[in-house]
Design a protein around this ligand. Sequence first.
Ligand code: LMR
Length: 397
Amino acid sequence: MLETLARLPEDPLLGVMAAFRRDTDPRRVDLGVGVYKTEDGDTPIPAAIQTAERELLGASTTKVYVGAAGNPRFNQAMLELTFGAGSEILASGRVQALQAPGGCGALRIGAELLRIADREAVIHVSDPTWANHVPLLGNTGLRIERYPYLDRATGGVNVPAMLAHFEALSRGAVVLLHGCCHNPTGADLSAADWEAVADVCERRGLVPFVDVAYQGLGGGLDADAFGARLLARRLPELLVAVSSSKNFGLYRERTGAIVVVSPSSERTAIAMTQLQRIARGMYSMPPDHGAELVARVWESAPLRASWTTELESMRTRIETLRASLVAEIAQRRPDVDYSFIARQRGMFSLLPLSAEEITRLRDTHHLYMSGDGRINVAGISRRNVGYIAESLAAVIR
Ligand code: LMR
């Protein structure tokens, strides 16, 4: 049986991570996979999570199963983080969350739910979008199409083209939106753009599926939830995939949730039974460790305060790095305009580089980025920003 299988190439993004680890040159810089890094290139565990982990170790008495819906306290924390504690939408009962194995797991089981609801549903993803969106959603059998998103001339969003695409969709079409910190472009929707998206979704009966993987790293915790909150207020139905990988630093613990908003608490409760059945049939139950840590941080005033302060310092550090990279490039290459990097948000920017330039940056300058020219801004530091700018200046035509 196994002899029939063909060897597949390495996942491109994970391949960049592996290639960087093999490179021993002291100048090497990892701008590949999207993980937050400090000045020293470390990806630390937030202090609040460390404290919660120590407390949990001392208090744990069992590892008995929790259930297909995961940790209810974590699910409540995710609802409050996404929609705001005490918000009208939470009080309405129209919204519930189910813990999933990371944001990826949330995207997948959300797509499985859509497939059960409508086998013919088409999911429209932005052009470009995070490469893994396509298999995560499309391997359910649902068709994937693309809508115009990035305006390559400005580094912003081509809002008219995006809205025109949405306007032409038929009722029940699903549109995948990045709640904040668009991956891979860093080009986000403004408040007015979100209003326009809500208008067209309302008018055309579209179902948004919002991927919120970087809440807190773009404009702040509330600002980054603006789109999801607005759509939940204005529309009868939507799905939201949330991740605790980046903002709680829990990457490998696979901690996330799928959130369902429907017109009534009854409908939402029905959708939750479906989601539990999907989870049970795919992986039975999500891992608890990360979820329990998030719940503990969220429920403790001092731990929550420590976490929000640390997250805010990560966010502002990324903003500073964006500004200094723009300045360093401008100093060396006044003939090119890379100022869009400072206008973008979150961990990523998509640089307008050719495949050959990206290869040269890797092979000659030891600068690792994903194959489409995406850089992880959090991989920059005060120490290497000059070197990165120098390397870019040498290859940009
Ligand atoms: C990324 O885009 O780099 C992250 O979301 C990590 C991943 O799994 O690809």
